[in-house]
Write a protein that binds this ligand. Structure first.
Ligand code: OFO
Length: 177
């Protein structure tokens, strides 16, 4: 049985993960428009992963005999100043999500909810990976700057990422291979 504050916070996190899915899809559309199909494919795979994150919490709430209450999803931005700016926004977003997960862990501890805390540890590890992957790509983008061939090289690399949502228990697979 879930306590009310935990149920409310988990529903908010479901919404945040669905927003992440929506935001990455918007970024995918932006990169398509910019003629960068590799970036777009990476963002689509990331959107799939975010859907999986939302469903992990959704299923957990149901398993605990809680109530999933879906709310409206905020409209994501549709334009960024540059391909690099979009990735920087993705990195900032992941830092924000990590903060939300940390707050949830604290709440679970305060409410003595070990099961929720245990479920959230998967997300704690996942966020380390999400931030590291985005930071790595942001660094590469800073390095190439406005260099077209450099950007196309990164585009090729990112295009090799495979969709991996829901296929593993351990947080992994965010790194382009
Ligand atoms: Fe769900 O990890 Fe990104 O937002």
């Amino acid at each position: 049985m879930l306590k009310d504050p935990i149920q409310e916070a988990l529903n908010e996190q479901i919404n945040a993960e669905l927003y992440s899915e929506y935001m990455y899809l918007s970024m995918a559309a932006y990169y398509e428009e910019e003629g960068l199909p590799g970036f777009a494919a990476w963002m689509r795979a990331q959107a799939d992963e975010e859907h999986d994150h939302a469903m992990r919490i959704y299923d957990f709430v149901l398993d605990r005999d809680g109530r999933v209450l879906l709310d409206g999803i905020e409209e994501p931005p549709t334009e960024w100043e540059s391909p690099a700016a979009a990735f920087e926004a993705a990195y900032d977003h992941e830092v924000e999500i990590s903060g939300m997960i940390d707050d949830l862990v604290e709440l679970a501890r305060a409410e003595n909810d070990n099961a929720t805390e245990n479920m959230l540890q998967w997300f704690v590890a996942e966020q380390v990976e999400e931030e590291a992957t985005a930071a790595d790509i942001v660094d590469k983008l800073r390095y190439v700057g406005d260099d077209g061939p450099g950007l196309l090289m990164i585009d090729r690399e990112l295009g090799q990422r495979r969709g991996d949502a829901g296929t593993d228990d351990a947080p992994s697979g965010s790194t382009p291979e």
